[in-house]
Design a protein around this ligand. Structure first.
Ligand code: HMG
Ligand code: MG
Length: 286
């Protein structure tokens, strides 16, 4: 039997958050429902963040209320603080994700605090999540490059990843937020992180700006990672990371996994239908 690789679907959240024109709530719901039918085990549906910061995600509660809950799917949401966590609980999210950065510049622009302050801000959220037995995933952004600070030192990524693990995150997703990583810069970062977090608790979250995301996934597979974040149709970008393109396209990762003999449990035909629908939600070609 082939080894399983988990693809954590990011399209409805990372994929749509940067769209300039508001995507109607019912279209977002339709996208999530199509993705649920594809065989994903994990879908990041939306973000409970400040609507002033990310207006596209202002309908998070309505999207969560409207989606069909496939029993085999974990429906996850982003939560930057306790306010977001409380709203996520109210919306019956199965899992939440906190998001920190390995670079000070991006942390300040994205969540309006320093890296150290973000860790302090996450603590009460993790405490509440522990009381509720709510799984928490942790992102570390800018793992090789920051749009504000330049190259990120691998030791800093390891430090932040270690802190998030210590706080109680069950998995750390390593974000190449602006898609600038290449295998030569990814390798030292992965080696540094793997000295503090085992591969089984890591995920690769690679954007595809330089067209190297698949190479970065291949390298990560060699280092033992078996979870990757991707977005249907290659949707995406981050409003606070200028130049960031979409996450690597889910359908391209599925092709790669098939070629390398890994099982993803995803239905290729339904994926292509979902990819075509996802691309139709873009306000302008990117
Ligand atoms: P702040 O302005 O410092 O926060 O923002 P605040 O606590 O002073 O609150 C300001 C206002 O926001 C208040 O409202 C709060 O109630 C409200 P007002 O009194 O002015 O009317 N507020 C909220 N509203 C709804 N939900 C909440 C919430 N929290 C406060 N949870 C804050 C700090 C973190 C809130 C803000 O910076 C924010 O929302 N940032 C989110 C930015 C974001 O979503 N970025 C994209 C996701 S990260 C990403 O894409 C990277 C990733 O994909 C990995 C990778 O690629 O590397 C994950
Ligand atoms: Mg991202």
């Amino acid at each position: 039997m082939s080894e399983f690789v988990t693809l954590f679907e990011m399209g409805p959240r990372d994929g749509l958050q940067n769209e300039k024109t508001f995507v109607p709530t019912e279209k977002k719901i339709e996208l999530v429902d199509m993705l649920s039918a594809c065989g994903f085990r994990k879908i990041e549906v939306t973000s409970f963040v400040s609507p002033k910061w990310v207006p596209q995600m202002a309908d998070a509660g309505d999207v969560m209320d409207g989606i069909y809950r496939h029993p085999a799917v974990v429906y996850s949401v982003l939560t930057p603080n306790v306010k977001g966590y409380t709203a996520a609980r109210r919306a019956s999210a199965d899992e939440v994700a906190i998001f920190g950065s390995a670079s000070e510049g991006f942390s300040k622009k994205n969540i309006n605090c320093s890296v150290a302050e973000s860790i302090e801000r996450f603590k009460p959220l993790l405490e509440k999540a522990a009381e509720d037995a709510m799984p928490v995933r942790g992102y570390v952004s800018c793992v090789t490059d920051c749009p504000y600070d330049g190259p990120t030192p691998p030791d800093k990524v390891a430090e932040v990843a270690g802190s998030l693990l210590e706080l109680g995150c069950y998995e750390i997703s390593l974000g190449d937020t602006i898609g600038a990583a290449v295998p030569e810069t990814l390798a030292p970062m992965l080696d540094a992180v793997l000295s503090v977090v085992p591969a089984a608790k890591l995920a690769g979250h690679y954007h595809d700006t330089k067209g190297r995301a698949l190479d970065n996934i291949e390298l990560s597979l060699e280092r033992g990672l078996r979870t990757f974040d991707s977005a249907i149709g290659g949707l995406g970008g981050c409003p606070y990371a200028p130049g960031a393109k979409g996450n690597v396209a889910t359908e391209a990762v599925v092709d790669l996994m098939q070629r390398k003999g890994f099982d993803t449990g995803l239905n290729a035909t339904q994926l292509l239908e979902a990819a075509s629908f996802a691309k139709s939600l873009r306000s302008a070609p990117q």
